[in-house]
Design a protein around this ligand. Sequence first.
Ligand SMILES: C[S@@+](CC[C@H](N)C(=O)[O-])C[C@H]1O[C@@H](n2cnc3c(N)ncnc32)[C@H](O)[C@@H]1O
Length: 258
Amino acid sequence: MFSWNRDALLCATTLGVTFSAGVWLGRKLFSRRYSLLRTFKSHSGAKGDPLMDYVLQNSLREHPILKKLRMCTLQDRMCMMLVACEQAQFMGNLAKLIKAKNVLEIGVYTGYNTLNMALAIPDDGKVIACDISQEYANIGIPYWKEAGVEHKIDLRIKPATETLDELLEAGKAGSFDFAFIDADKLNYGVYYEKCLQLIRKGGIIAVDNVLWDGSVLNPKNDPDTLSIVKLNEKIYRDSRVNMSMLTIGDGVTLAFKL
Ligand SMILES: C[S@@+](CC[C@H](N)C(=O)[O-])C[C@H]1O[C@@H](n2cnc3c(N)ncnc32)[C@H](O)[C@@H]1O
């Protein structure tokens, strides 16, 4: 028989415990993801992170149109794909350092780093920008035009493996200075091998998301994570390159072709 006092108390306690456990778990999961993103990506949760604010305030020299494109991209629901701005600046500086003229961008999204690279190379340089989405690129194209560098960008809308194969068939092996691999993770190993052929000696391949929000520590059976882990291990042992894995953004590996 229902005893109002005892059963109601039991019921309320059970509900309370379940609710608190749910809140605790939710907070735990959210805070882990939030803190990882905060650590790894300047634009996806850095607000309120004093150290990252300091880094940006004391080092980001963003071209005004790049900034406009970044602000516009942050309105997009897929903006977590945007490259970290301080990472893009670093890659632009590397491109200038090696006097890069021909660049491969594998994964364009709204073209933030495409624009960044186009600004870093000379007027007769080219960025071959590979993506499967015209829709995303359309967000960035007006900014490429506004910055006056649209003529340096060759956008190819098709799977990046096809574009890279076409470049190889056209005899472009060894003719690129810098490649940024930042598209679908399952093809990372394929992109790396093709880029290694297309890059000249002394050229640089930058591979993005090599920490994959921290999940490389515990890949489980996730195919994207496993693909990244496999490539990380491969580059570490690859005697064809010198390399460094940096913790900027979501982690970027730089491979310097020997
Ligand atoms: C992380 S975003 C690229 C971000 C970009 N590098 C930037 O500067 O912000 C990944 C992009 O890869 C593209 N992508 C996915 N699969 C692809 C494929 N098979 N070939 C080419 N691009 C692909 C997506 O459409 C998306 O725009």
